[in-house]
Write a protein of this length. Structure first.
Length: 468
């Protein structure tokens, strides 16, 4: 017999655990997109190396904080022979209005103050010849303050990246790369978390004939993803990528790119194989052609059009147009505006895939050598493949969750600003604000209790950045 629903203040622990487990599976694909290809980049391309906000190149969605402005030679670091060693230490305090990112229809959002302590170091050789190397290691000691449910989220994350390019200036070059990232995620408010351990190791072989006007790159990577508590969505992927480009003007390229991934779930069971849209192995394929470069001295365009197919082992596939159009207007060497729209898809543990259309904009203004302001906004329209929940056994009881719609859809907003002060060679400071929202009426029901997936979260942060 099904248990009677309990008041919100005393939720049914079984139904809550099951529904929130399903919710966290569905959201992992959104907050932790899969890595498709790793490009070798020397540390001097961005002297900050990672964003002081701790969000790295994903700070502005498809763009990055400061993308479009001229890079600088390394001003930080200690010379060690051919290498530059860059130690850094970021300490950041933040306040979130919705720490667990819960829907107010399920529970009252909890605000919380937390601390991020991020020691790190980078090592690279900017004046490379036959071998170029770049190494970066950054830890994230996360300490939230609040009641036991919040303080128990204290944990250690971080990222380590290593890339070695052999003969990078020659006609043929080979790049070996390795990235390990531990991402901390504090949704939902139960013992299950979505902390993710993600490792990608691979190699890119490149051929640069015609004085490097032409470039052909073939890459392979092995992608391993493991979660602390949600072992059902642990996954393995083999990633293949081909990129060909032609630089027909000094700052303008035509290119064609194709990617193929062979993605499986490490703990796929017989029950999962029978379920519609649950943990479906896939071989997502993309191919597109495009143009990237300057149309005038101030206007740059990035255009790409192509086709993508999720190639799921069972169920309906995403099979449609994918593409991206972005215009970048440089008002001055210190001011740039990007406006664009993208359509693409990602694998999803529940539903097989999600597709999205994302219009976005980003504005960056640099104030001399003292400060840099970045403002960004993105709006996403998301659609999932068909998902029909299967039976779940907990404590000897067999429960079949119900969903409000077999084909989940939702909208999402991401916006914010970052003001980065470069106070001196040794000290920097950052002030920032981020807003994230998922707008959805989608719900998962177990034992008569509805659990929704929407949320609003405001984040205000400040950091002190020490570097040498």
């Amino acid at each position: 017999m099904a248990k009677s629903p309990l008041p919100r203040s005393q939720p049914d622990p079984t139904s809550g655990r099951l529904a929130r487990f399903a919710i966290v599976c569905a959201f992992v694909a959104l907050v932790a997109p899969r890595v498709s290809a790793q490009e070798f980049v020397q540390g001097w391309s961005d002297p900050r190396l990672i964003s002081p906000a701790g969000l790295g190149p994903r700070y502005s969605g498809l763009l990055g904080a400061g993308v479009g402005l001229l890079s600088k030679k390394p001003r930080f670091g200690i010379s060690a022979g051919e290498f530059v060693l860059q130690p850094r230490f970021f300490i950041e305090s933040e306040y979130r209005t919705n720490f667990f990112r819960v829907d107010p229809r399920d529970a009252d959002p909890q605000g919380a103050v937390s601390l991020h302590v991020r020691p790190g170091v980078a090592l690279f050789n900017p004046d490379y010849n036959d071998v170029a190397m770049s190494l970066g290691v950054d830890l994230d000691v996360f300490v939230p303050f609040g009641d036991e449910s919040i303080s128990d989220q204290t944990n250690l994350g971080g990222v380590a990246r290593l890339a070695v390019a052999l003969f990078p200036r020659k006609t043929f070059s080979l790049t070996l790369h390795e990235t390990f990232e531990r991402t901390l995620w504090t949704r939902p408010q139960i013992t299950t978390n979505a902390n993710r351990n993600h490792n990608v190791i691979g190699a890119d072989a490149s051929f640069h004939p015609g004085g490097r006007a032409l470039d052909f790159t073939l890459g392979y990577a092995y992608d391993l993803e493991r979660f602390d508590d949600i072992d059902l969505i642990d996954s393995d992927s083999h990633l293949l990528r081909f990129l060909g480009s032609w630089r027909f003007y000094p700052m303008t390229y035509a290119f064609i790119e194709s990617t193929l991934a062979m993605h499986t779930y490490a703990n796929e069971s017989a029950a999962d194989k029978a379920a519609v849209g649950s943990l479906v192995p896939a071989s997502p394929f993309r191919v597109y052609a495009g143009l990237s470069g300057l149309v005038t001295e101030r206007l740059g365009l990035l255009l790409r059009v192509g086709y993508g197919n999720s190639f799921l082992d069972r169920g309906d596939n995403f099979s449609s147009f994918i593409g991206m159009a972005q215009a970048s207007w440089r008002f001055s060497p210190k001011t740039v505006l990007h406006v664009g729209i993208a359509r693409d898809f990602e694998e999803a543990p529940l539903g097989g895939y999600l597709s999205f259309v994302r219009p976005y904009a980003s504005f960056t203004q640099r104030f001399g050598e003292l400060a840099e302001l970045t403002v960004d906004f993105a709006y996403e329209i998301r659609s999932y493949g068909t998902w029909e929940p299967s039976e779940i056994e907990v404590g000897g009881d067999v429960i079949v969750p119900q969903v409000s719609d077999r084909n989940r859809s939702e909208n999402a907003v991401k916006a914010g600003l970052l003001l980065d002060f470069d106070l001196s060679r040794l000290f920097g400071a950052t002030l920032g604000y981020r807003y994230e929202s998922v707008v959805s009426d989608f719900s998962i029901t177990t034992n008569g209790v509805d659990n929704f997936v929407a949320y609003d979260d405001h984040r205000v942060f400040a950091s002190l950045n020490l570097r040498y």
